[in-house]
Design a protein around this ligand. Structure first.
Ligand SMILES: Nc1ncnc2c1ncn2[C@@H]1O[C@H](COP(=O)(O)OP(=O)(O)OP(=O)(O)O)[C@@H](O)[C@H]1O
Length: 248
C-alpha cells in the first residue's frame, strides 16, 4: 500500500454504474464523488432502488464500475485485475450483508476463521483471532453453534466478527439490521458503535434512521446521485438507546 497519511480511506470520483442498453438503460450510480476519512462512520440513506447497494458494491470491489475511480487506502482499485481485487476483498475490506451470508454447515467460529484462512493465516492464528472476535461481539459461548442454532442478531454479530478478522481498512455494511427485530438491532448498533469508538472506518447503507443517527455523516442518495450530506454529532449508545426506546 502507498503512504496513506492524510488520505481518505475510501474515495470515489465520478463513479458510475449503468445497466442495460438503449431504451432500457439505467444509471444505478450516476457520478458519485465521496471521501471517507479514517475512523469515520458514514451512513447512506435513500429510497429503494436509488443505488445504495450498487454504490457499496462498487466501493468494495464486488462490482466493476462503468466509469470513474475508486481509491482504497491511497490505492486505486477499480482497475485492478480480478485476482488482485479478490485478494483485496479478502484482506482490506470487511462486508456485512442484510442476510448475513454465513456458511450454514460451518460453526460460528469456523465461519469467522475461514476468512483468515483464505487470507493466508495459519490455522492456529485464524482460530485464536476468531475466538477473540467472537468474545468481542459477545458470542464466546456460541462459538461451536451452527448458524441455524443462532438468532438473527447473533448471526449478524458472527458476520461482523468475520468482517473484522483481517483488520480491514473499511467495513461496508449493507442494511445490517434489515432482518432484525428491535432488540437485535440495538445489539448490532452497539457493536457498530464499539467499532466506531475503536477507530474502525465504517460505511453503512440503511433504511433505519436510528442507525443513521449514530454516524458522523449522513449521505442521502436519490436516482444514483448523492443529493445531500449532513454532518452529525456522532452517536452514543445512550442517545441511541433513547432513540430506540429500549433503554432508560
Ligand atoms: N444486476 C443488475 N441489473 C440490472 N439492474 C440492476 C442490477 N442491480 C441493480 N439494478 C438496478 O439498479 C438500481 C439501483 O439498485 P440498488 O440495489 O443499488 O438500489 P438500493 O438503493 O440499494 O435499493 P434497496 O434500498 O431497495 O436495496 C435499481 O433500479 C435496480 O433495479
Amino acid at each position: 500500500m502507498s503512504d496513506t497519511a492524510g488520505m481518505p480511506v475510501l474515495r470515489a470520483r465520478d463513479l458510475r454504474k449503468e445497466y442495460g442498453r438503449g431504451e432500457g438503460r439505467l444509471f444505478a450510480v450516476d457520478g458519485v464523488d465521496l471521501d471517507v476519512a479514517a475512523g469515520e462512520t458514514v451512513a447512506v440513506m435513500g429510497p429503494s432502488g436509488c443505488g445504495k447497494s450498487t454504490l457499496l458494491h462498487l466501493l468494495g470491489g464486488l462490482d466493476r464500475p462503468s466509469g470513474g475511480e475508486v481509491w482504497l487506502a491511497g490505492d486505486r482499485i477499480d482497475d485492478l485485475s480480478e485476482r488482485a481485487l479478490a485478494r483485496l476483498r479478502r484482506t482490506a475490506i470487511g462486508f456485512v450483508f442484510q442476510s448475513f451470508h454465513l456458511m450454514e454447515e460451518l460453526t460460528a467460529v469456523e465461519n469467522v476463521e475461514l476468512s483468515a484462512l483464505l487470507a493466508g493465516r495459519s490455522p492456529r492464528t485464524a482460530r485464536r483471532k476468531a475466538e477473540e472476535l467472537l468474545e468481542r461481539v459477545g458470542l464466546a459461548d456460541r462459538a461451536r453453534f451452527l448458524p441455524s442454532a443462532l438468532s438473527g442478531g447473533q448471526r449478524q454479530r458472527v458476520a461482523v466478527a468475520r468482517a473484522l478478522i483481517n483488520e480491514p481498512a473499511v467495513v461496508l455494511a449493507d442494511e445490517p439490521t434489515g432482518n432484525l427485530d428491535s432488540a437485535a438491532t440495538l445489539d448490532v448498533l452497539r457493536l457498530f458503535e464499539d467499532l466506531h469508538a475503536a477507530g474502525q472506518t465504517l460505511m453503512i447503507v440503511t433504511h433505519d434512521a436510528r442507525i443513521a443517527a449514530t454516524a458522523d455523516r449522513l449521505m442521502t442518495m436519490r436516482d444514483g446521485v448523492l443529493v445531500d450530506e449532513t454532518r452529525l454529532t456522532g452517536g452514543t449508545t445512550g442517545r441511541l438507546g433513547a432513540l430506540v426506546g429500549l433503554e432508560d
